[in-house]
Design a protein around this ligand. Sequence first.
Ligand code: UDP
Length: 415
Amino acid sequence: MKQAPESLGKVNIRDYEPIVGRGYIEELRMLASKLSGKTIQNINSTFIGGGVAEILSRLVPLLNQLGVNTRWHIIPGDAQFFEVTKKFHNSLHGKVESISDDELSLFLETTKRNLAQLDLAGDILFIHDPQPVALITKRDDIGGDWIWRCHIDISHPDSRIWQFLRQFVVNYDATVFSSPNFAQELPIRQFFAPPSIDPLSDKNRELPPATIDAILTKYGLSREKPMILQVSRFDRLKDPIGVIEAFDMVSKNFACQLVLAGGTASDDPESEEVLEEVKERAKDNPDVHILPIPPESDIDINALQSAATIIIQKSLREGFALTITEALWKAKPVVASAVGGIPLQVRNKFTGLLCHSVEGAAYALRQLLANPDYGRWLGNNGKEHVRQHFLITREIRDYLLMFLTLKRTEDIINL
Ligand code: UDP
């Protein structure tokens, strides 16, 4: 079992005081003090890449700073194991995958090997997503409270795979889902905690204007025309073609430019194909900029989001849509489809505009281009909404409260 890298820990809980207020941080300290002497053991399957690793890489050092002994390990697995767990991921999202009995056996065998090798210990075992879910089979030997944190929307899963995984889930003390809409009925306690962003990360901290300008120049973008931006992997579910169609309708009446920025993933064979389709669709329009962004370009993405006039997320399906959280935190007016976690973030006509079609997206874009003051008002409301609900300090508070209400912890702690 690999331990989290040493590079974690370059965060200071005090730096969040000017953002959420001293009282909020004091409350976190007070809650954390009740867990002193306890160990929280996080387990997932990767240190880098994806939202879970992103959140843990800040959460773990911050909890340690608050005095809660928090560890983070990943489970080992070979390519075949991760192929199976990727299929689990897709199946839980509702896609029908063919997963053979041999593949299920491989999953169980790997878990068994991991259990023989891993030094699992802690007062609270915080297990993230399906890859390590079956570690629970040894809970009687290991002890502690066990929580399964599911970051996936499993409201409409492929039932065979969900039944397979459910047999492990029901042995946990509790689950955490991002939203009640993402959950399943279970005979155990359920907590809800939406994802969060770190306002001090490279993706979200305020950048000097000179840095933003340099990055715009690097990508050949000008500040002259209002910029509509969608940041997304090149994936059909993000509907990049729909974004271009909406832009075509709008740009007949308003001088503006569209930027579609995002990466292609080596584990997603479709992304290159989608990127080519999008380039083909945009090739005759010099106001449409397709920017392939290399991985780990947080400052570039921050700069594009900071420079945008309007941020769009016209997805056909979504998880939580952290791109919207990031946009709102930068006080940008957003136009976004009413799918997945987006309506939790975009309160229509208060923190942004929701849309349901290409025409609806075009209508909302026109409204914002015609009335920048309205856009600023929405953006400022959106930033406050994120400050209240979707910053990492709130996720830490949710988890501390949850840890404190677990049965075994309650027995030990004098509340
Ligand atoms: N992102 C990125 N590079 C890209 C595209 C996206 O760093 O080329 C980031 C984006 O800023 C956000 C996350 O990846 O933090 C995407 O999360 P979201 O929930 O919006 O969508 P997902 O890709 O998980 O479906």
